[in-house]
Design a protein around this ligand. Sequence first.
Ligand code: HEC
Ligand code: HEC
Ligand code: HEC
Ligand code: HEC
Ligand code: HEC
Length: 217
Amino acid sequence: MAAIFSPAANLAAKLGLIGAAGLVLGGMSWWWLWPRTDYVRHNSWFVEQPVPFSHQHHVAGLGIDCRFCHTTVETAGDAGMPPTYTCMTCHSQVWTNAAMLAPVRESLANNTPIPWRRVTDLPDYVYFNHKIHIAKGVGCESCHGTMQDMPLSQKARSLTMGFCLNCHRDPAPNLRPPEAIYDTDWQRTPDTPSPAALAQQYHVGGRTLTDCSICHR
Ligand code: HEC
Ligand code: HEC
Ligand code: HEC
Ligand code: HEC
Ligand code: HEC
């Protein structure tokens, strides 16, 4: 009996199948991966600001503490942004005529805040609070990366739900001694209290941190 399908047709059918499978896989990974890429989530993007403020110069270079500018990070949900007069405590004396700082001088003269653009921004349906994280031994670096290395601020962590839950499932290994909260270069050393000891010290672990109502209230 003569073959109904020639070997060539067979090959074409196989190629067709592979092609179809490829399309399905490609489509699926596009649908699944694309929203998770750094590009879409704006990770590792420098954000253009009205004034090219550099954490690298001010934090690593001049040694200014985070709390000098983000004054409410220990006491409120919001970390707070520095009012213009905070900049002017120095810039009324250094770099007074720099063109780069014109928006700062205008802001002070007109009594209008500098319109900083957001780098990290959660959707409104998520509840977040700085105070509790700082009080319980979570360092800025866990969520913001090494700010002191950034000439312009960028979002260093995804801040997705998965990111939050990853720590909330087992916070202990991420806790730091109180003196290391603002130290973005901090590393665990043999002298650091164990994760379990830190969890006990901060009274962490008493409640389920993965309940939806913790973050969606
Ligand atoms: C001299 C003032 C100053 C100091 C000190 C400072 N910051 Fe900032 N910070 C700013 C200003 C101004 C902005 C807004 C411009 C920008 O995004 O870079 C900012 C923005 C940020 C943002 C992005 C906020 C957003 O839009 O979501 C984070 C996160 C941040 N700072 C963390 C830190 C941490 C952590 C430290 C300490 C290691 C620190 N800052 C020290 C002034 C300061
Ligand atoms: C404690 C003093 C101090 C404070 C507070 C301060 N600055 Fe500065 N700033 C400096 C010094 C000193 C330099 C020069 C740094 C250098 O050249 O290394 C500088 C440089 C700059 C520059 C030039 C670019 C650069 O980073 O070298 C900009 C822009 C700037 N500051 C913006 C700001 C803004 C905006 C604020 C308020 C959020 C602020 N500064 C608060 C001391 C300060
Ligand atoms: C557990 C994660 C986490 C830690 C730890 C953390 N932050 Fe944040 N930070 C965030 C998130 C999430 C946002 C965005 C909040 C929003 O959009 O409502 C944010 C926003 C900010 C902002 C913008 C202003 C604001 O409050 O929305 C600044 C400034 C900031 N953080 C500074 C700091 C500093 C300084 C520290 C350390 C003392 C710190 N953060 C520790 C997660 C964290
Ligand atoms: C590196 C660890 C870590 C990360 C990342 C983290 N958290 Fe937390 N979170 C904690 C710890 C520790 C506590 C305090 C637990 C306790 O009190 O027992 C906490 C508590 C909370 C609370 C409870 C506040 C209250 O007053 O009841 C909320 C809400 C919260 N986190 C939201 C978030 C959100 C949203 C994110 C992601 C943007 C996030 N957290 C990321 C460690 C983390
Ligand atoms: C530790 C904090 C935290 C907890 C606990 C949490 N979420 Fe979320 N959730 C988030 C954050 C942050 C986002 C925003 C993510 C983003 O920016 O894309 C989010 C987003 C969502 C979204 C929007 C769709 C999406 O995936 O972006 C849904 C739906 C959701 N959460 C449902 C839940 C449910 C159901 C639970 C309980 C099983 C839960 N969440 C527990 C932090 C949390």
